[in-house]
Design a protein around this ligand. Structure first.
Ligand SMILES: O=C(O)CCC(=O)C(=O)O
Ligand SMILES: [Fe+2]
Length: 320
């Protein structure tokens, strides 16, 4: 199968490290994002207690009765806030929907903020007050960790360290809590039904908190699927299509999927919580001049993040 470079990096060595440590961190994340598009991160600012509390709340949410969950599914929100029931999201190019249900939490900004009217309000789970507060805390911590990671990436790209700061400040990021539900009769499934079909993420970078079971795999350049394993509370970070577009493919938005477990484990749930770090919709995704040359001709048309997101949500069936 060959080996895959998914380095385990300590974010604290970037935030509080010496000039040398910071440079090393930025070189390592850049190199991994150039090769496989994935790293795992320690010292990301989320304690084990917070992660445990998060998963406890996520399990409680999906254990609510179906009719309660459906109260929070609103077609006009296109899955971007609140609940999305089973069978709604289909990976681009797939015919059968993923075997999952999810809940999404978006950005909150103060009343006078210029982007206030771009973001629908979050739906509040009345039955689970702690779900709302815990996911908000996790959102803010992952947003902060992601901002540091983008600084390290900016340095790798030869940009000013704070290049992304104002673009992601009050950006359109999404925290998605996911439940891959139990399948009691695997024989009844369509042959090609999977937990999450092969896809690339839409956003700049994704930070994924320790998925509760195996299953996540990435596709190597050679065309092999390779499992992504995270230690305990590590956060897995990968490049999304917006960053790939901005860097004219210098940083790779790697295809990944979540495979079904062995038959006897299909009755077990799997939970995971990715944070999709998005910029504000006005961010220009035109590829950086420094990433275009004779060997790397410009691959993409010029678009803003908002225009690009809209196109992608239609492709996966969330927006009509
Ligand atoms: O559940 C996982 O481990 C990954 C989920 C994922 O790739 C996604 O929701 O985009
Ligand atoms: Fe993904």
């Amino acid at each position: 199968m060959g080996s895959v470079n998914i380095p385990r990096l300590d974010l604290d060595t970037y935030i509080n490290g010496t000039a040398e440590q910071r440079k090393l961190f930025s070189d390592e994340i850049g190199k991994a994002f150039n090769e496989t598009g994935f790293v795992t991160i320690t010292n990301h600012g989320l304690s084990k207690e917070l992660i445990d509390k998060l998963y406890q709340q996520v399990k409680a949410l999906f254990s609510l009765p179906e009719d309660v969950k459906l109260k929070y599914e609103k077609a006009e929100l296109a899955g971007q806030r609140g609940y999305t029931s089973k069978g709604k999201e289909t990976a681009k190019g797939f015919k059968v929907p993923d075997l999952k249900e999810f809940w999404q939490i978006g950005q909150t900004v103060t009343d006078g903020d210029p982007v206030k009217n771009e973001y629908p309000d979050n739906l509040i789970v009345e039955e689970l007050p702690d779900f709302n507060t815990t996911t908000r805390e996790v959102y803010q911590k992952l947003e902060a960790a992601g901002t540091h990671l983008l600084r390290a990436i900016a340095i790798y790209l030869g940009l000013p360290e704070n290049y992304f700061d104002d673009k992601v400040h009050n950006g359109n990021s999404i925290l998605r809590t996911l439940h891959y539900f139990p399948i009691l009769d695997p024989d009844a499934l369509p042959a090609d039904a999977v937990r999450a079909g092969a896809h690339e993420d839409i956003n700049l970078i994704t930070l994924l908190i320790g998925a509760s079971a195996d299953g996540l795999e990435l596709l190597t350049r050679e065309g092999n699927w390779f499992p992504v394993k995270a230690h305990g509370e590590d956060v897995v970070v990968n490049v999304g299509d917006m960053l790939q577009r901005l860097t004219n493919n210098k940083l790779k938005s790697t295809t990944h999927r979540v495979v079904n477990p062995p038959r006897e484990e299909m009755k077990n749930s799997r939970y995971s919580v990715p944070f999709f770090l998005h910029p504000k919709s006005e961010m220009d995704l035109t590829s950086l001049r420094s990433c275009i040359d004779a060997e790397h001709p410009k691959l993409y048309s010029d678009m803003t993040a908002g225009e690009y997101l809209d196109e992608r949500l239609r492709e996966i069936g969330l927006k009509k």
